[in-house]
Design a protein around this ligand. Structure first.
Ligand code: AP5
Ligand code: MG
Length: 209
């Protein structure tokens, strides 16, 4: 199965992905995590992506489709959860061209803008493994303040107020059309993304069964 998890910034894609991949035995491919790793390693991809990410804009479609194409060649026939991809209709069309009869499911987490702004301002992440922490939800790092993998806990550069606003604008203008694209193909299931992470997870499981 190829599962696409759509949703606004802060809708809970990463939080749900951690649980969904265990339940359905999928690999987790977050284009955002992959790009952040490239930025911190200073690779050519990272140098290219940094300016777009820091300002809340999307990295160009051809770069992203290239990453996904390489991934699918390296992992043929394996179940995967795409978190944060596709984010434009061009990326969704690019993915269609890469699919080889794989079963495709699309879940969109629905959360109001006001709620995601609160969530993103409170989020802390591990610089090394990307794990999401949130003291407000009681999801805390180890006693030494580090991630359980030993990585440093930090606030993502794009989780500052102005960049959050830009990311939401980009979501409404460029990614919401992807929701309509999959609705038109009758592949879309919308899930209420409010409530506790476990409540949302129960809804996602129901949507997939
Ligand atoms: P990306 O890393 O994908 O960021 P995003 O889409 O903005 O989403 P987030 O990771 O911020 O939120 P999330 O939905 O994963 O929420 P989370 O679970 O962490 O992309 C970053 C950048 O990379 C983009 O802006 C772009 O530049 C680039 N990029 C990436 N992919 C690209 C692509 N395909 N094309 C082009 N460019 C691309 O939760 C958020 C917070 O809420 C946490 O604190 C969490 O604890 C909390 N929370 C989660 N669930 C709940 C709940 N149920 N109740 C209360 N709080 C909750
Ligand atoms: Mg995420």
């Amino acid at each position: 199965m190829i599962l696409i998890l759509l949703g606004a910034p802060g809708a809970g894609k990463g939080t749900q992905a951690e649980m969904v991949i265990k339940e359905f035995d999928l690999r987790h491919l977050s284009t955002g995590d992959l790009l952040r790793t490239a930025v911190s390693n200073g690779t050519n991809l990272g140098k290219l992506a940094k300016g777009f990410m820091d300002s809340g804009k999307l990295v160009p479609d051809d770069v992203i489709i290239g990453i996904i194409s390489d991934y699918m060649k390296e992992h043929p026939g394996e179940g995967v959860l795409f978190d944060g991809f596709p984010r434009t209709v061009a990326q969704a069309v690019g993915l269609e061209e890469l699919l080889q009869g794989d079963e495709l499911k699309v879940v969109s987490l629905v959360v109001e803008d006001e709620q995601v702004i609160k969530r993103l301002s409170a989020r802390r992440s591990c610089r090394k493994c990307g794990k999401i922490y949130n003291p407000a939800l009681g999801i805390n790092p180890a006693e030494d303040g580090k991630c359980f993998c030993g990585g440093e806990i930090y606030q993502r550069d794009d989780d500052k107020a102005k960049t959050i606003a830009n990311r939401l604008n980009v979501y409404h203008s460029q990614t919401e059309p992807v929701i309509e694209f999959y609705r038109g193909k009758k592949l879309l299931v919308e899930v209420n993304g409010t409530g506790s992470p476990n409540e949302v997870f129960d809804r996602v499981k129901n949507a997939l069964s």
